[in-house]
Design a protein around this ligand. Structure first.
Ligand SMILES: *Cc1c(COP(=O)(O)O)cnc(C)c1O
Length: 431
């Protein structure tokens, strides 16, 4: 099995955290998002401990809300000592509704509207991650009106290419996120920010991309940021106390993906940062990271009911499921690979070659292509692994399909954390 919390039980069913997947599907219906709380907590602890070991007690991982935003996630990450990043008023609202302290939020966003900025300041978010000059001016203004001195990080791009998909690479010079160091524009950004009377610059933020397995881009990133911090100190008298190095550690979707040793990687980054700080005679800054995917992805499994097999003679076998791109658009968007199992026949040979198709009227609605699972019959429960990140948060109502329910499992019991949408929910805002 791909993960430790998965097993095959005496009935030959897939068990998730010891709970029978077929029984969960029967109890709550399908499609169903299943999250294993213990896995989420363990992932949080790995980051918190590794960051404290490497960078001291002030360092912290921030959970990137966009990966999985609903009320139930916030008490979990908070109790494990995480801060969070948020990218919209909707995420702030959700985190606040869950009782998460605003002071531990970092507010991102490449185009924060005027009202987003007002909402963020009014809510008391701890840090704004300012993306660009336009935002800076509005933020300064809003803070002046509200009598707030706002802590900020300036989002910079380091000109790095982490060799991942174009769609999830954010750290290159040619990017809509942040301000590039390479072109010299960051200099102006820093000077402008320093001249804003209602803003206190704590440091820099940079995020290279997502699903990154190689270490070079993180190592280079901290070197570039340290060098740039030294330049800003020397030329503008700026003290950089904080470096937020973003998220992006890769997770295993299939057996072919490597397994990252997170503490080892964090230590390696620390080594590079230490050398750079020494070289430029800088104090070690407080370091933050923003893992999203690697906190929740492997905690999630989606269960579907299959509609059976459709054989297209001379081509392939299609297995259809009762969900697809509406609850998981990642295959349609990025051709993301997943591990798929027949949860009803988890002990049988996975020797039936097929493509798993969703229920939408789109030929792109697929969950996985040309994979092997134990041959299903109509009504079998199919499990797609590693769906904890960017599935629920990207879900839609295309074809008027209600969003699935989500259950959290812990210590051998399950609880509903998000109700399945009803048809009434679909009509709620329609006049
Ligand atoms: C997407 C994103 C993250 C999280 O990335 P993961 O790949 O999920 O770890 C963190 N920070 C920023 C700014 C992001 O855009």
């Amino acid at each position: 099995m791909l993960y430790k919390n998965l097993s095959v039980n005496e009935k030959g069913h897939l068990a998730i955290g010891g709970m029978d997947g077929v029984e969960l599907a029967a109890e709550y219906g399908t499609p169903l998002y299943v999250l294993d709380e213990e896995v989420i907590r363990q992932n949080c602890r790995t980051y918190v401990e590794a960051m404290h070991d490497a960078f001291g007690p002030d360092a912290a991982p921030l959970f990137a809300s966009k990966a999985l935003c609903f009320k139930g996630i916030y008490p979990i990450v908070e109790s494990e000592g995480m801060c969070v990043d948020v990218v919209s008023p909707g995420e702030i609202y959700t985190a606040l509704a869950a009782g998460f302290p605003a002071g531990k939020m970092f507010f991102h966003g490449t185009n924060k509207t005027d009202s987003d900025i007002e909402y963020g300041v009014m809510s008391g978010v701890g840090h704004f991650v300012v993306d660009n000059l336009n935002e800076l001016a509005i933020l300064d203004n809003v803070c002046e009106k509200q009598g707030v001195k706002q802590k900020v990080l300036l989002r910079l791009t380091c000109g790095l290419d982490p060799h991942t998909l174009e769609a999830i690479n954010t750290g290159k010079v040619d990017s809509q996120f942040g301000v590039p160091i390479d072109t010299g524009q960051a200099d102006n950004f820093v000077k402008e920010a320093m001249s804003c009377g209602n803003i206190s610059i704590e440091g820099f933020h940079s995020h290279v991309g997502s699903q990154i397995f190689e270490s070079d881009s993180f190592n280079r990133q901290v070197e570039i940021l340290a060098e740039y911090a030294a330049k800003c100190r020397d030329e503008y008298g700026l003290t950089v106390n904080v470096l937020n190095i973003g998220g992006g550690f890769g997770v295993r979707y299939t057996e072919e993906d490597p397994k990252l040793n997170i503490p080892e990687r964090i230590n390696e980054i620390k080594g590079h940062l230490e050398v750079a700080c020494e070289k430029y005679n800088l104090e070690m800054p407080t370091v933050y990271m923003e893992p999203g995917r690697s906190i929740v992805a492997d905690a999630g499994v989606t269960l579907y009911t299959t509609g059976g097999i459709k054989e297209v003679k001379g081509y392939r076998n299609y297995v259809t499921v009762d969900g697809g791109m509406t609850d998981n658009p990642r295959y349609a968007l990025y051709k993301s690979e997943y591990t798929v199992l027949n949860a009803s026949r988890a002990s049988e040979n996975a020797d039936f070659e097929c493509t798993i198709a969703g229920r939408c009227c789109e030929s792109g609605d697929r969950v996985a292509e040309d994979i092997k699972i134990a041959k299903p019959e109509r009504g079998d429960i199919v499990a797609v692994l590693t769906t904890g990140a960017y599935n629920y948060s990207m879900a839609s109502n295309y074809n008027r399909i209600p969003r699935p329910a989500m259950v959290m499992i812990k210590d051998g019991s399950s609880r509903l954390v998000i109700k399945r949408e009803s048809f009434e929910d679909l009509l709620r805002n329609e006049l």
